[in-house]
Design a protein around this ligand. Sequence first.
Ligand SMILES: [Zn+2]
Length: 259
Amino acid sequence: MRHGPFPYAPDFFRAPLSNPVRYHVISDMPARRVEQHYSQRTGWLRAAVLGANDGIVSTAALVVGVAAATPDRHAILLAGLAGMVAGAMSMAAGEYVSVSSQADTENADLAREAQELADYPDDELRELQAIYMARGLDEALSLQVAQQLSARNALAAHARDELGLVDIHAARPIQAAFASASTFAIGAAVPLAAAFLTRPANAITTVSVTSLICLASLGAIAAQVGGASLLRGALRVTFWGTLALALTAAVGKLFGATV
Ligand SMILES: [Zn+2]
């Protein structure tokens, strides 16, 4: 970014720091630190567990809702299958759009930054210096840090410390869409298989119990990996799953009787 003369607007440089997620990623911890940080390694697992949770809850709720309305095995299974495909596609589309627009924004920012580095290298150097001063280094040291980082890779330094971008070109929309859709489908397969393997009369109980057990286990696994309380992790997701199942069963019962 091109700003006025030194000193630069301090709020602009603090912006990335006030974002806790970005801030955590920005800080490069030395490898020999012994304490464990959970935030970094739970990213993909969190996404996978959330996708599977979604698949379990929404498909189980659909199956239970239809089973509450009709004893027709074909209708129950069809609802589950349609919910699985629709949910997976919806997750894929949402993830693709979200990651693509994120990537577009980051690429545009990087292109502008590269252009400014080419056009106004001195201003950009002082901009970097101002960022380090805003983070607490003194003027001389800030300049030294800015010079050394700029000599190595000026664009990377600006991307990281000015824009808050850590993994340049990390966004992969297709992979993200595929991962979202598959974790949802894997989760959705649980209530669908339960509905398939049971008689229509038992569908509500079997699907509900199977799904809630899986939800609780996933919640506990996510809590375990994230270093949080197992019981709280399991209870939280089970509560919402129970609520979803109870609500759709009520709706199915209500409208199944009248429609
Ligand atoms: Zn810059």
